[in-house]
Design a protein around this ligand. Structure first.
Ligand code: SAH
Length: 339
């Protein structure tokens, strides 16, 4: 049965209109779901009996099953079981500016990036909008506090699940639902060009992050097979168009892999590639995983790489690290559970 958490407010209004009920019911239901956080339709006491039984017939209001939480000082990792028995994970990070969550968008992933643990398992299916919304709601319930920032950087490629992501963004941003500011939401993609183009027309000012990880096609195609379909030149071209048109924040993520993409030549090439773009680079110290052969760059090399970008007037930061102790690196908790 379809989950009630799949519906953005407009769709829920349409549903009531199509069922000869009042449009304002949608707002009432939203208030119960997202503000009062009830867990049954019966608890929605300002609805008529007939409306409640109609909702019960048409929708499920079930939550995800929370299987495991690993807790550390400023990071929690959550493992959820879905109704078909699949597992997904979400990571909560406490910052001085608020709580942020990293959510998954698919079960498995087809992008096949060579350094990534999640990609070792092919895509099984897309997550439904509700399964993404509930990751946030249930973590908020666990920490008894609001989440202010959302990144879609967990398992999966969000632009390979585009329609559900769009609905998800509408719901979490809606002041009548989770009310998370658009500038506090980041969608991360490996660079699926047609979807970046489509995303330009989406009305919310959400942030976009591009997993770049290499400054030239030869190396990028080796690390990220998707680069063969959407090579760098075209990617950069569409991104320039994207920032011009939307004025939204654009970030390049760049994992530093020892001896692979962390040389001074790579830093120079990267500076050239993105020079003049209104974008940020986020350097990511690689989280090593048992099953994959890459190593993390040495700290001195990370600093050198950083300095070269700075010298070339690129906005650059080094990502603060979370969760090394609790297998919070992409896909690791799920792997532990299932292998
Ligand atoms: N498919 C999307 C979102 C999921 S990956 C994308 O490609 O952006 C989120 C980020 O984590 C990506 O930048 C990815 O390259 C990075 N990542 C994957 N494995 C990692 C690891 N072991 N250590 C550090 N970052 C990793």
């Amino acid at each position: 049965m379809e989950s009630i958490y799949n519906l953005d407010l407009e769709s829920l209004k349409e549903y009531f209109i199509n069922n000869n009920d009042k449009k304002f019911r949608a707002e009432q239901v939203y208030e119960w779901l997202y503000k009062k956080r009830v867990s049954s339709f019966e608890a929605m006491t300002n609805l008529k009996k007939e409306t409640i039984s109609m909702l019960n017939e048409d929708f499920s209001i079930k939550k995800l099953e929370l299987v495991l939480v690993e807790r550390d000082v400023d990071v929690n990792k959550y493992l959820f079981k879905l109704s078909d028995g699949e597992h997904i994970e979400a990571v909560l990070m406490r910052h001085d500016y608020g709580n942020s969550i990293c959510i998954s968008s698919q079960v498995g992933c087809n992008m096949g990036c060579k350094f990534c643990e999640s990609g070792r398992r092919k895509k099984v299916r897309n997550l439904e909008t509700s399964e993404m919304v509930l990751q946030i709601m249930q973590v908020e319930e666990d920490i008894k506090s609001r989440i202010s920032h959302v990144v879609i950087m967990g398992i999966g490629e969000p632009f390979d699940n585009y329609d559900n992501i769009i609905r998800f963004l509408k719901i979490i941003n809606d002041p009548k639902a989770l009310e998370i500011g658009s500038r506090h939401i980041t969608v991360s993609t490996c660079g699926i060009i047609p979807k970046i183009e489509e995303f330009m027309n989406f009305p919310l000012q959400v942030n976009l992050a591009i997993s770049l990880h290499a400054p030239n096609d030869e190396l990028r195609s080796r690390l990220m097979p998707i680069n063969k379909a959407y090579p760098l030149k075209e990617l950069i071209k569409v991104l320039k168009k994207y920032t011009e048109k939307t004025n939204r924040r654009l970030t390049f993520e760049y994992i530093l892999l020892d001896g692979v993409n962390d040389t001074e030549a790579c830093a120079l090439e990267l500076s050239k590639l993105i020079s003049g773009m209104n974008a940020y680079v986020n350097l990511i110290p690689y989280n090593t995983t048992e099953n994959i052969q890459f190593n993390r760059s040495k700290t001195i090399q990370i600093m050198r790489f950083y300095d070269i970008l700075k010298k070339n007037k690129i906005n650059v930061t080094i990502r603060r690290e979370f969760g090394g102790n609790i297998s919070a690196a992409c896909g690791q908790l799920r792997s532990k559970e299932e292998c």
